[in-house]
Design a protein around this ligand. Sequence first.
Ligand code: BGP
Length: 488
Amino acid sequence: MFHTQLDPFPQNFLWGAASAAYQIEGAWATEGKGPSIWDTYAQVPGNTFEETNGKVAIDHYHHYKEDIALMKEMGLGAYRFSVAWSRVLPDGEGEVNEAGLAFYENLVDELVKQGIVPILTLYHWDLPQALQDKYQGWEGRETAVAFEKYCRILFERLGTKVTYWVTMNEQNVFTSLGYRWAAHPPGVKDLKRMYAANHIINIANAKAINLFHEMVPLGKIGPSFGYGPMYPFSCDPEDVLAAENGEAFNNAWFLDVYCKGEYPKFVYKQLAKAGLAPVVTEEDQAILKKAKPDFLGINYYHGGTAQQNNYQKQIAEKRAFSKVDPYLMQAEDGTFSPEETMFATAENPNLKKTDWGWEIDPVGFRVALRRIQANYDLPIFITENGLGAIDQLTEDKKIHDPYRITYLQEHLLELQKALTDGVEIIGYCAWSFTDLLSWLNGYQKRYGFVYVDRDNQSARQLERIPKDSFYWYQELIRTNGASLISHT
Ligand code: BGP
């Protein structure tokens, strides 16, 4: 599809950048903050890359004014950050830590003072350790109740100052890394527990949205989902069906609950057959149905490619030898998960990759935006998109990162095409404003517009140095996106 001329970006388009508390704040045990599951997890040798952790991170807790001054210099319109739950409620549900809350009040005040729109994420993966210990974290319904309490405190204190709120960051990612692959806390490999926790998180998300609509009628709230469109590997109808299955399992399973208040029937049925479906009460259904997000936050890095798998043949063989339902057999012997029987993933030969093997797919960004609009018809806020790379600091203290500029340029051009197609997009937050801690890749995988001088072993002076991409984005913001086309 080709447009002879692209629509300009809307006048009120929000040009932003994003971060998350654990990845930048440091001050992990300062002024009353309680430990989070990430503080605990990162202390176990072998859990993270070269034992990196967020104890100091880039010490944004003590440098936030300096960081906001750089945002102001850049002309940034919006800044997405997350609140560390255990800084506000050290044990997750009891006494408020006023010093912790004050940090976020000051941060928001400073942003507003500098004319930057704050976007507040309520949960970016750092669950209070106390809730993990008491209630098995997201597996306990008590944690959803505690989340509602925590949200109430923030809505009360910041509801008049912050318009945009994000509930859960990438529920799809943190549940699968936490419970399918044991690569994030709580370090479990158990699909039944994953689907059970995922359901409680859905309830927590819905409770937060419902409460927000009572308490902050002028605000906007929605989850941020890590969306990757699924492509069929070929036009073989079996591959097309595999891609449909991939979309359903990877995306609709989450987005339908957020936007329609119910699980997609197809996926639920397959999980039920395998004994993996979550228990959904009538009360749950009512909570989910009532919660309508005002926008969808989308984090876009890449999609995936699906092809038919060879499990069908194996299942048929199993069926021939057994009277047991093959889905149940899979669940019991752990050989297959239901989605593994429905699609296999493949490499896309058309796409280049980052140094960390992530596909680079700007057109997939447009595909994603179009599909989301078509299926859910909500305004979209891009809450993350960016390139992780190894940057070199030159002797004269510069960082030349043309690869990052190219990546962002190509993605934003596709976003502009999607806008021209008719997709409603509120704003775009690049990941990330400063360099920060990558959950599993330490400090050498850098995403920021601003270089932070530290490495995996030493925090050094944490000097902030704008990269070439900083000035490129500054110009883009100044021209409200017009420089995108003139540079193409
Ligand atoms: C998203 C997370 C971010 C950030 C980003 C880059 O999934 O929401 O917190 O970490 O991915 O990921 P990584 O640091 O693994 O490269």
